[in-house]
Design a binder for this molecule. Structure first.
Ligand SMILES: [Zn+2]
Length: 304
């Protein structure tokens, strides 16, 4: 009798402990996320900013990978048939759009017929490039990045309505962080004496417009190398505007800059990253916001 009672109590305790462990295991990643990797929404993002925005909104419900291989430059990259095949299992493809990814139609043709294609720049008013055509470097303006995040959020909700509350919560938190980034850049740049800077390539037009700066650049549009005219133009601007620092890109060969640095004694170089394919960004745990803050630090040194 007493013994039976103890056995029953012990059994109840064991069952409760097991149930508790099981519940904890399921709860570990997130209470609202699917518990198995295979249930996650497979997302392909064309390049790093789209990857980072999607991860921030999707959290544990999404499994995001980047189409652009490490070390490749988004402007002149063309996916191989094998790389395009990676897209076959994706439920969502997130791309910047505005003309950045001319290969996107071929990629989407290889995807499942039900794939949701998210053009993150949809609804954004585009600026012209100096050589003609539209400028697609929309992601470098944090306020336009917010529009991209909303487009990504809405697409995830449409394909996975069960995650709506999580996507809305995550997006709201991330948008608030982008607002903080915007305010930080705005306040810091409002105080600088100089307003002109020389970017390596014509990537920062939206950024410059947002923060009242004037962008000059060595490489126009999609050019891979500066022509003699470009170099003369930059040397002229640097001398006229008393520019002491010009920018290189961590992902590109800075050789073209040496023609300018040799011609202007004392001029220095700093990195300014267009976040087109930041080296090892995922492995190093870098973020869009973190790289934008690094860019701000470089700009502040150049504009002081
Ligand atoms: Zn670019």
């Amino acid at each position: 009798m007493i013994r039976t009672k103890y056995i029953v109590i012990a059994a109840i305790v064991v069952v409760a402990l097991l149930a508790g462990t099981a519940a904890l295991t399921l709860m570990t990643p997130s209470t609202t996320a699917p518990s198995m990797t295979s249930e996650k929404i497979r997302v392909i993002a064309t390049f790093f900013p789209m990857y980072d925005h999607t991860k921030n909104v999707g959290g544990d419900r999404v499994d995001v990978s980047i189409l652009l291989p490490a070390g490749k430059e988004i402007h002149d990259w063309d996916p191989t048939p094998e790389q395009i095949r990676q897209v076959a299992l994706a439920k969502v493809v997130v791309y910047n759009g505005a003309g950045l990814e001319p290969f996107i139609d071929r990629v989407l043709q290889a995807a499942s017929p039900n794939v949701v294609a998210v053009e993150a720049s949809k609804g954004i008013a585009l600026l012209p490039l100096e050589e003609g055509g539209s400028d697609f470097h929309t992601w470098l303006d944090p306020i336009l990045a917010k529009q991209q995040v909303l487009n990504i959020r809405d697409a995830l909700i449409s394909i996975d309505p069960a995650g709506k509350a999580l996507y809305e919560k995550n997006a709201a938190e991330y948008l608030a962080k982008l607002d903080v980034l915007d305010a930080k850049i705005k306040n810091a740049l409002a105080k600088t004496q100089k307003k002109e800077f020389v970017a390596f390539h014509e990537a920062f037009s939206y950024f410059a417009k947002r923060y009242g700066l004037t962008q000059h650049f060595l490489l126009e549009g999609l050019a891979e190398e500066p022509g003699p005219d470009d170099i003369i133009k930059v040397i002229d601007i640097v001398k006229k505007s008393d520019i002491k620092i010009i920018f290189f890109e961590p992902n590109l060969d800075p050789e073209a800059l040496t023609k300018v640095t040799e011609a202007v004694p004392g001029i220095k170089t700093l990195p300014l990253d267009p976040i087109e394919n930041p080296v090892d960004a995922v492995r190093l745990g870098k973020t869009y916001i973190g790289i934008m803050e690094e860019n701000l630090n470089s700009l502040l040194l150049a504009l002081e």
